[in-house]
Design a protein. Structure first.
Length: 220
């Protein structure tokens, strides 16, 4: 056990850091893209304040197309685009672009669902008072939907962790790469067990934090 810790702890620690880097950076950019996209889908759908059938159908189709592609296929499919954007297709840097493209539509759909759950009567009451659409979005819809949005982001984050593990197949680094190179190719069973354990703890921790934050926001 002591030999295992001395030999593998630095490598496992580095892989954990790489996984956190991929998740945090990708989630940040996915939120920047996904939130406006989700809000626009809600506002342009039939019966909403910015109703636009053409824009809504285009955005809806785009989101559905990207979400229908498994991450590992998307990863290989956009390799040329990734190369253009970041200059590489390997390592943590090389997987950020596909992770963002994979996660942003997912976040947009989760946000759409959360905003549509806000009671229409509340929105109509603010409209009747002459409140502008922009203020209704920020001060009413997003505020009322906070618990649901937090749970949605929690789900997206957990899915993103799974995607980073798959990205290890193309040398992206992180826990997925560690499990593949050492746990699978070199038959280091202890490394595989350690990787699975860390991923379980990581996912459980994120889910617990998300659930508690959502419950607290619901009480406010």
């Amino acid at each position: 056990m002591e030999m295992f810790i001395q030999q593998w702890l630095p490598i496992i620690g580095e892989s954990v850091i790489e996984t956190f880097q991929m998740v945090i950076i990708s989630l940040f950019f996915a939120i920047i893209i996904g939130f406006p996209l989700g809000i626009l889908v809600v506002l342009t759908r039939p019966g909403q304040s910015l109703e636009n059938k053409f824009v809504y159908q285009i955005l809806n189709l785009l989101i559905n197309i990207i979400r229908s592609i498994p991450f590992i296929i998307l990863l290989f499919f956009i390799l040329p685009f990734t190369k253009i954007i970041v200059g590489t297709t390997i390592g943590v840097k090389g997987v950020i672009v596909p992770l963002v493209i994979y996660t942003a539509p997912y976040i947009a759909r989760l946000l759409e669902s959360s905003l549509l759950d806000v009671e229409n009567g509340v929105i109509e009451a603010y409209k009747a008072m002459g409140i502008k659409t922009r203020q209704i979005i920020w001060n009413v819809m997003l505020r009322e939907a906070r618990p649901s949005i937090v749970l949605g982001l929690t789900i997206a984050t957990v899915g993103l962790i799974g995607a980073t593990a798959m990205a290890g197949l193309v040398g992206a680094g992180g826990l997925g790469d560690l499990a593949y190179r050492f746990g699978h190719l070199r038959y280091e069973v202890d490394v595989m067990y350690a990787t699975v354990f860390i991923l379980i703890v990581l996912v459980q921790g994120i889910q617990t934090i998300g659930n508690r934050l959502a419950a607290r926001l619901k009480k406010d």
